[in-house]
Design a protein around this ligand. Structure first.
Ligand code: F6P
Length: 319
C-alpha cells in the first residue's frame, strides 16, 4: 500500500480530526501517502482531494468538527455516483480507503465493494453512539459533556423560577446521550426510545409537584412521545406548572473533543492503518472492553440496546 484515501461522512463529531491526525501519522511512518477527500462521498465522486500531512494535523486534534468537511451524499446511493468515485480512485492511484462515519457510511462502502476491490476500513464516528462493534463512537463523550454542561445551566434557572423544564437532547434513533446526560444531571425523568417510559409514574410525580423546586425532564429526540406531547400531557394533569422546553440541538455536535474522544480518535486512527497493513478489508475498528476490535461491515448494525445495568439505573433514578 502506497497511497490511501480518507474521508469523514455523515454528521461531524468531535474527535474526527484526532483520528485524521493518527491515520496520517501512522501512514507516514509506514511510507504511505494520505489524501483526504472533502465532503465525504461527494469528494470521492468529484475528485475533490487534498494531501494530508501529519505536521499540519498535529495541532488540530483539539478542534471539533472535521477539517475535511462532511456530507450525507445522495449521489453515492446511485450506481452512477459510485462509478464516478471508482474513476477518482483509479486516476489518483488510491490503494485503500478509510472512512470515518456512522452505519450509513459503512453500508455505502459495502455497496461500493461490489465494483471496487481495494480494501476499505471504517472508523465509527457519530455523537449518537448507536453502532454495534464498539463501546463508544467518536464524539459521543464530548456530546454528553456538552449536554451536561448545558443542562446544569438550565437547572440554575429552573431552580430560580421553580419551573418544569423539558430538555431535548440529540440521538436520531438512540437514547444514549439521553440516558447518560439525564443520569448525570439528576433528572427527575428520562425518556429514551429504547425503554418504555413509565409515563404514568412521570405524570403522577409531576401532578404532585407543588412548584417549590425545579423539575427536570430529559427527552431524547428519538423518543416516540417527544417534548411537545410530554409538555401538553403535563399541563393536562397539572395546569399550574410553569413549563419550558429547551432543545439543545447542534450545540451538542460542536466544540473541542473531550480527552476520551481525542484518545479514541488516536487509538482508532492507528488501528485503522494497522488493519490495512494486516490485509484486512471491509471491517470497522472499534473498542470493546477497552480492547481494539474488528467487526465486518456486514455485522455492523445500528445499536439500539441499552444494557441491563443502564436500564436498572434508569428505573432507579426515575422512581
Ligand atoms: O447522527 C448525529 C445527529 O446529530 C443526530 O443526533 C441528529 O438526529 C442528526 O445527526 C441531525 O442531522 P443533521 O445535522 O443532518 O440535521
Amino acid at each position: 500500500i502506497k497511497h490511501i484515501g480518507v474521508f469523514t461522512s455523515g454528521g461531524d463529531s468531535p474527535g474526527m480530526n484526532a483520528a485524521l491526525y493518527a491515520i496520517t501519522k501512522t501512514a507516514e511512518v509506514n511510507g504511505i501517502n494520505v489524501s483526504g477527500f472533502r465532503k465525504g462521498y461527494e469528494g470521492l465522486i468529484d475528485g475533490d482531494l487534498v494531501q494530508l500531512k501529519s505536521h499540519e494535523l498535529q495541532k488540530l486534534t483539539q478542534k471539533g468538527g472535521t477539517i475535511l468537511k462532511t456530507a450525507r451524499s445522495k449521489r453515492f446511493l446511485e450506481l452512477e455516483g459510485r462509478k464516478k468515485a471508482l474513476q477518482t480512485l483509479n486516476v489518483n492511484k488510491i490503494d485503500a480507503l478509510i472512512a470515518i462515519g456512522g452505519d450509513g457510511t459503512f453500508k455505502g462502502l459495502l455497496a461500493f465493494s461490489e465494483i471496487c476491490d481495494i480494501p476499505f476500513i471504517g472508523i465509527p464516528g457519530t455523537i449518537d453512539n448507536d453502532i454495534s462493534g464498539t463501546d463508544y463512537t467518536l464524539g459521543f463523550d464530548s456530546a454528553v459533556n456538552t449536554a451536561i454542561e448545558s443542562i446544569d445551566k438550565i437547572r440554575d434557572t429552573a431552580e430560580s423560577h421553580n419551573r418544569v423544564f423539558i430538555v431535548e437532547v440529540m440521538g436520531r434513533d438512540s437514547g444514549y446521550i439521553g440516558i447518560h446526560s439525564g443520569l448525570m444531571v439528576g433528572a427527575d425523568a428520562i425518556l429514551i426510545p429504547e425503554s418504555d417510559t413509565d409515563f404514568i409514574n412521570l405524570l403522577d410525580k409531576v401532578k404532585h409537584y407543588d412548584s417549590d423546586d425545579a423539575f427536570l425532564i430529559v427527552v431524547s429526540e428519538g423518543d416516540e412521545i417527544g417534548a411537545e406531547l410530554v409538555s401538553s400531557k403535563i399541563k393536562e394533569v397539572n395546569p399550574n406548572v410553569d413549563l419550558r422546553i429547551t432543545k439543545l440541538g447542534h450545540v451538542q455536535r460542536g466544540g473541542n473533543p473531550s480527552a476520551l474522544d481525542r484518545m479514541l480518535g488516536i487509538r482508532l486512527g492507528v488501528a485503522a492503518i494497522d488493519a490495512l497493513l494486516q490485509g484486512k478489508n471491509n471491517v470497522m475498528v472499534g473498542i470493546l472492553n477497552n480492547q481494539l476490535h474488528l467487526t465486518p461491515f456486514e455485522e455492523v448494525v445500528k445499536q439500539h440496546k441499552i444494557n441491563d445495568e443502564l436500564q436498572d439505573l434508569l428505573k432507579l433514578f426515575s422512581s
